[in-house]
Design a protein around this ligand. Structure first.
Ligand code: KG4
Ligand code: ZN
Length: 335
């Protein structure tokens, strides 16, 4: 089954043709990051306008690279939630128009479910059930993936998402948006024990996260140093911050897997590109004789291929949209 999938939830206009949820036939990503960099973060209205301009070209290019026209497809898919509402609406409305014109069924896809599905494209043997750490710019969840379309959140952030914390800390250290990747690179040459940052603690739920205290601690360290006319060693601070975030993510993820009896661990979302997170979770899994999966770097961030992968399984479970399909800025992965 061949699905043309469309993604426009944030600052990437993307599309892909995917076969049977597992094989990438073509994939095109047009990023707006250079423009948002000027403002230090995504400007929602600019994002919507750029999606509007780019979407037709991205889809034409995706079909051209696949050497297909609409007749060769079996279905269309689109990210409809969660994300920036104006950005999502561009993809949703384009997909509805294309579905109406072509007669192809339209599959609505949840953005975080598609991040998880990026792993199906890279790991042909990977099947649910497994425990997944979904860490992106907007979300940090520990999710029981009981089946392709059956999920349960068992832990989440009480405040900032991991990606958001990385980006804000990086910005305070003078790195360009999105700072997560720059902070990760900078941390490679730093001493992770140089700064003692607070270990985030959350009372009540054993698997929940909190990153805002950590972020504030870094911001305060930098501002206090500035007031004294000093500059802090950015590599050391990056390494200490990265370690604190990764320690917290890894500790809860492993504890959840142990308590719930999962021996298959999966990382997903933009922050799954973090080199220390990949290494640490992999090491902890190996130590226990478990398996660990994460997407290749080109599928960690937003792309259309992951949407097409999840769409296949949504289709098999009977999830087809009608022309009343609307976008939503927030929606639980459990639905
Ligand atoms: O999943 P994603 O592409 O978009 C959302 O759905 O939010 O995630 C983007 C987030 C950004 O916050 C970005 O800084 C972060 O993922 N990110 C990283 C790394 N690469 C991307 N964070 C830490 N280390 C990285 N290597
Ligand atoms: Zn994303």
């Amino acid at each position: 089954m061949k699905i043309l999938a469309i993604e426009s939830s944030c600052d990437e206009t993307a599309a892909a043709v995917i076969e049977d949820g597992r094989k990438i036939i073509s994939s095109v990503v047009a990023t707006q990051v250079e423009e948002h960099k000027l403002y230090g973060g995504v400007v929602p209205e600019i994002a919507s306008r750029r999606h509007c301009e780019a979407i037709n070209g991205v889809i034409s290019e995706t079909l051209a690279q696949a050497e297909m026209n609409l007749d060769a497809l079996d279905a269309l898919a689109v990210t409809y939630a969660p994300g920036l509402i104006g950005a999502l609406l561009v993809g949703v409305n384009f997909a509805k128009g294309l579905s109406l014109a072509s007669g192809l069924p339209l599959i609505p896809v949840h953005h975080l479910r598609s991040h998880i599905a990026a792993n199906y494209l890279a790991h042909p043997d990977l099947k649910p059930p497994f425990l997944c750490l979904v860490v992106s710019g907007g979300h940090s969840h520990i999710v029981e993936v009981k089946d392709y379309t059956e999920m349960k959140i068992i832990g989440k952030t009480r405040d900032d998402a991991a990606g958001e914390a990385f980006d804000k800390a990086a910005r305070t250290m003078g790195m360009p948006y999105p700072g997560g990747i720059h902070l990760d690179k900078m941390a490679e040459s730093g001493d992770e024990n140089a700064f003692q940052l607070p270990q985030p603690k959350v009372s009540g739920s054993p698997y929940d996260f909190s990153f805002s205290g950590l972020k504030t601690a870094v911001i305060n360290l930098i501002h206090n140093a500035e007031q004294r006319g000093e500059t802090l060693p950015v590599a050391d601070l990056s390494a200490s911050f990265r370690k604190a975030v990764v320690d917290s993510l890894t500790k809860n993820f492993i504890k959840a897997a142990e308590n719930l009896g999962y021996k298959k661990l999966v990382l997903a979302g933009g922050v799954s590109a973090n080199s220390l997170l990949r290494k640490r979770v992999d090491e902890e899994a190996k130590k226990r004789g478990w398996s660990c999966y994460y997407p290749p770097l080109n599928l960690c961030g937003d792309n259309g291929a992951m949407v097409g992968a999840q769409a296949y399984y949504e289709y098999l479970s009977g999830n087809i949209a009608d022309m009343g399909l609307n976008a939503a800025a927030t929606m639980s992965i459990e639905k």
